[in-house]
Design a protein. Structure first.
Length: 125
């Protein structure tokens, strides 16, 4: 069920990207290991491909929304699995798992087409 408008998804993208970058410092796992770097790299990557997405909050608008959502889903999967893939689940895993699952749900729940790219009128449903 695709209930999240692309504009709302865009806001979520930038917020999640920032949260992923600062979470290791806020939550005390900025230790120079994969526990720190995986979310930081995925957060920065999310911001970059969001800027390149063809939706209301994209700056360059070259990446189709379905591709963006696929990247979100893959990013969420990698983030959620990273504590076990990279061997730090014994120290920290909840932030990675929760945010990763949130990204997966958001990618599945977002509309595939923007309502509008001009910001003036929404497409009739």
């Amino acid at each position: 069920m695709q209930v999240i408008p692309t504009r709302t998804h865009g806001i979520i993208d930038y917020i999640v990207g920032i949260i992923l970058i600062i979470a290791p410092y806020l939550l005390g796992f900025a230790d120079g290991t994969a526990a720190q770097w995986v979310p930081m790299i995925l957060g920065a990557t999310t911001i970059v491909y969001s800027l390149l997405t063809n939706y209301e909050l994209g700056a360059v608008r070259i990446l189709p929304m379905p591709v963006h959502l696929g990247l979100d889903g893959l990013s969420g999967l990698l983030l959620a699995a990273s504590p076990w893939l990279f061997g730090f689940a014994d120290r920290v895993f909840w932030p990675h798992l929760i945010i990763g699952l949130f990204e997966i749900v958001a990618s599945i729940s977002t509309r595939r087409e923007p309502d509008t790219l001009t910001g003036t009128t929404a497409r009739a449903r």
